[in-house]
Design a protein around this ligand. Sequence first.
Ligand code: SAH
Ligand code: SF4
Length: 368
Amino acid sequence: MTAEPPPPALTGLPPAAIAAWLAETGQPAFRAKQILDWVWKKKAGSFDEMTNLPAALRAALAEKFRLTPLAHAQTQGSADTTRKFLFRLHDGRYVESVLIPANPALYGEPADRHTLCVSSQVGCAYGCKFCASGLAGFTRNLTAAEITGQILAAEKLSGERVDNLVFMGMGEPLANLPELLDAIELITSPETLHLGARHLTVSTSGLVPQIRQLAEHPRQIRLAISLHGATDDVREKIMPVNRKWPLAELFAALDYWNSRKNQKLTLEYILIDGINDSREQAAILARHARHLRAKVNLIPYNTVAGLDWQRPPEERCHAFRDTLQQAGVTATLRFEKGHDIDAACGQLRLKQETAEGIVPPIQPTNPA
Ligand code: SAH
Ligand code: SF4
């Protein structure tokens, strides 16, 4: 017997769908704005809080919809550092979102800004060797409501406004393109969060057809590529996806992206001791970055329980960055703020699901 599907969540309902439902049920059109305000601006915790709606309408809403598909399970970290939120989904699975205070060096934003890193899937099918998200395989795509629900919940729990959104949490967003696009459409709407497309960054491990598809999208969304290796042989050791879409094909898709968009690409590069951190890789990476007019984000590897790789010594990280900068590439070296709170996305969820016996314990491996 399959469980009844839960009622649709208002965090996934476009303003036009709310208006259509109101029309269908014979309600005046102005109620749409009131409902949207309660959901997105006042962040109501229950339908009862929507005091300017008639009781009958509140009851009809409660019967037909849920407010949000996420239940808050845990918060790690504190207000002046990185905070990580764990959410329970209706099927008992977990996802996490990370709220990061401004990093002016990275985004050129004033210091009171906040970036939220959201998940797009439960687990991940791509199995990159450094990443906790793929360790227990892929479970399912998140719905648009589950994606947007993370932003709403993070804002409500923290009392902060999310200024930048990065799809760098658990999962491969471009493998969930329809829900990703629905979520983007929703949160950029003036009636909801009204986030500017330029404040949204989608990060991908390099899904070539979807990069080309997203390049056609009319909004000026930003794109980050998880590169992590400057040559096919090194990248293949780290990211199995490179066998399907090797660097030549990836770079051709990024050239196409550049021909359609005027936002600078970002190349994400985790530094892993003895694996991808040589001067030679840095020099080749610099050539790629210059060709693509991309900036490079260097991230010292965060240790993941179950994986044996290490972060390189600090001097080596600096040397890698210096090689890039000397070649005229904009490169930032970001020592993760949340290193001590299982910051690499996917770890907190894995811990929780392992504790509950949803996924089996991960056996330590030596991927090198
Ligand atoms: N699937 C997408 C988006 C999610 S993962 C992608 O691969 O781009 C995005 C990023 O999480 C990685 O590029 C990396 O920046 C970060 N990350 C994952 N595991 C990490 C680890 N162990 N240490 C440091 N950063 C990590
Ligand atoms: Fe998936 Fe991205 Fe992690 Fe690779 S880095 S396993 S694509 S979430």
